[in-house]
Design a protein around this ligand. Structure first.
Ligand SMILES: CC(C)(COP(=O)(O)OP(=O)(O)OC[C@H]1O[C@@H](n2cnc3c(N)ncnc32)[C@H](O)[C@@H]1OP(=O)(O)O)[C@@H](O)C(=O)NCCC(=O)NCCS
Length: 241
C-alpha cells in the first residue's frame, strides 16, 4: 500500500492515518500487551477504528494523529511498516496547549527509540507547525517505557495524581508531565538527522528574535541533562499505590 509521509525521520516517519492500518490496530487493541499502558480496552472492533478515524477528520485543529511508520532499509530502498500512532489532542486556544498520546502496538518495535523519535517529530508539529506553547501528557506510574520516552523528548514530571487510574484491579498513580518548546528544542537539535532542520530553525529563530528585538538567549543545556529518565522512572513493581 502507499504510505503518505508527513515527517521523514531516521528510524521512523510520521505518516497520514489510513483505514488500511485498521486490521493491525484492531489486533493490538484486543491484546493486553498491545494497549496495557493506554486507556483502551477490549472489545475493540473494526467499526470502533473506522468511527475514530472519521472523528479525526472532523477534529482537525483539536485532534491531530499520525501513523508511526517504522523504516526498513534494503538495497538502498526504504519501505515503511505501520507500528502504531501518536497524536496531539484537546488543543485549546488562546492558551495554545494540547496533550499527547502514543501507542506502538507492535511490541517488537518498542524499546528501540521509535517512540522517542516519533514524539520528537510530533512535538515539531505541535510547536513549529501548529504554534502551540505547551504540551502535557500523563502516564500510569508503572509505565517506565512511556515515562522514559517522554522525558527523553523533553517533558518534565510536574506532579502526580494518587490512586487515580484503575488498572488490573488496582488504583494506580498517574504521573503528570509537560513540555515547552524550549525543553524540546535542544533535544530535537541533538537527534542525528535532525541537525540540519534544527540548525535551520535556530537561524530562523535568531533572525526572528533580532527583527522583533527579543533579548532572550536561552542557553542550550548539555544534552546529558535532558536524559535523567534512568533515575526518574520507576520499576513496574514498585509504584502501585
Ligand atoms: C510508550 C511507547 C510509545 C514508548 O515508545 P518506545 O519506542 O518503547 O520508547 P523508546 O525506546 O523511544 O524510549 C523508552 C525509554 O525508556 C527507558 N526505559 C524503559 N523502561 C525503563 C525502566 N524500567 N527504567 C528506566 N528506563 C526505562 C528505555 O531504556 C528508553 O530509554 P533509552 O533509549 O535511553 O534506553 C511504547 O513503549 C508503547 O507504545 N507502549 C505501549 C502503549 C503505551 O504504554 N502508551 C503510552 C500511554 S501513556
Amino acid at each position: 500500500m502507499e504510505h503518505v509521509i508527513a515527517y521523514e525521520g531516521k528510524l521512523v516517519s510520521l505518516g497520514l492515518m489510513q483505514k488500511e492500518y485498521g486490521p493491525h490496530f484492531f489486533e493490538w487493541a484486543n491484546s493486553r500487551e498491545g494497549i496495557e499502558g493506554t486507556l483502551l480496552r477490549p472489545p475493540y472492533t473494526l467499526n470502533n477504528w473506522e468511527e475514530w478515524l472519521a472523528s479525526l477528520d472532523k477534529g482537525k485543529g483539536s485532534n491531530e494523529v499520525f501513523a508511526i511508520l517504522l523504516h526498513d532499509e534494503r538495497e538502498g530502498k526504504r519501505t515503511y511498516q505501520y507500528v502504531g500512532h501518536t497524536g496531539l489532542h484537546n488543543v485549546r486556544w488562546p492558551e495554545g496547549r494540547g496533550s499527547t498520546g502514543s501507542v506502538i502496538g507492535d511490541a517488537a518495535a518498542r524499546q528501540r527509540g521509535c517512540g522517542t523519535e516519533a514524539k520528537l517529530h510530533l512535538l515539531y508539529h505541535g510547536f513549529q507547525v501548529m504554534g502551540l506553547r505547551k504540551i502535557v501528557s500523563s502516564v500510569k506510574a508503572w509505565n517506565a517505557q512511556s515515562l522514559g520516552h517522554l522525558v527523553k523528548s523533553g517533558y518534565q514530571v510536574i506532579g502526580r495524581h494518587r490512586r487515580h487510574v484503575f488498572h488490573e484491579g488496582n488504583l494506580v498513580d498517574e504521573i503528570l508531565l509537560e513540555v515547552f518548546r524550549e525543553d524540546w528544542e535542544p533535544i530535537w537539535g541533538g537527534v542525528p538527522g535532525n541537525r540540519r532542520a534544527a540548525e535551520a530553525y535556530r537561524r530562523a529563530a535568531r533572525f526572528h528574535r533580532k527583527r522583533n528585538k527579543f533579548v532572550t538567549t536561552a542557553s542550550r543545556p548539555p544534552l546529558a541533562a535532558a536524559f535523567p529518565h534512568k533515575e526518574a522512572v520507576h520499576t513496574r513493581k514498585g509504584c502501585y499505590a
